[in-house]
Design a protein around this ligand. Sequence first.
Ligand SMILES: [Zn+2]
Length: 191
Amino acid sequence: MHARFPDFRLGKVLATSFTATLTERCGDAVERIPTPQRLVDWLAVNGLAVESCTTAQLELARELRESIHAALTAAAIQDSLPASAVHVINDCSLQGRAAAVLTPENTRQWRLGPDSRVEDALSVVAADAISILAGERDGKLALCASPTCRAAFFDASQSRTRKWCEMNTCGNREKKARFNANKRKSSRTAK
Ligand SMILES: [Zn+2]
């Protein structure tokens, strides 16, 4: 149905899945929530279904997204967090109503306020970013090694040596580029 829109990049961490709705920030950026409906779709996929979304709410979501991106990036390089970004994240966290409930399968589900507004859903995303930034979770923040991406990601691997935000995209592209460079080199030496 939404074939003309770019796919979502979904990971295991809500906050960085959200920042990955804009990819290739340092190259030809790809906006993966170009319309309010695409934000509704993204929230539904992430268990945060909302009734509707206005253009202003999409703008708020993008403001939160770029604030999370700025804060995670600063944290990854052990810089102090930009105050304006922290302000936006805290504001979004404060403005939403959401509660965690336990399902019969013992999984956590988010129950949004009675009118399921975008603000309620964003407060869950903001709280997820806060828990990472506060160092509450087992893992390490790092920046993707791809020069056109540089996305901040949360490395929860045992060795903490992940280089790319995603193996399937940035990782494979880098591997392919290296392979082609080596092939060019070896064909030159063969001559
Ligand atoms: Zn990347």
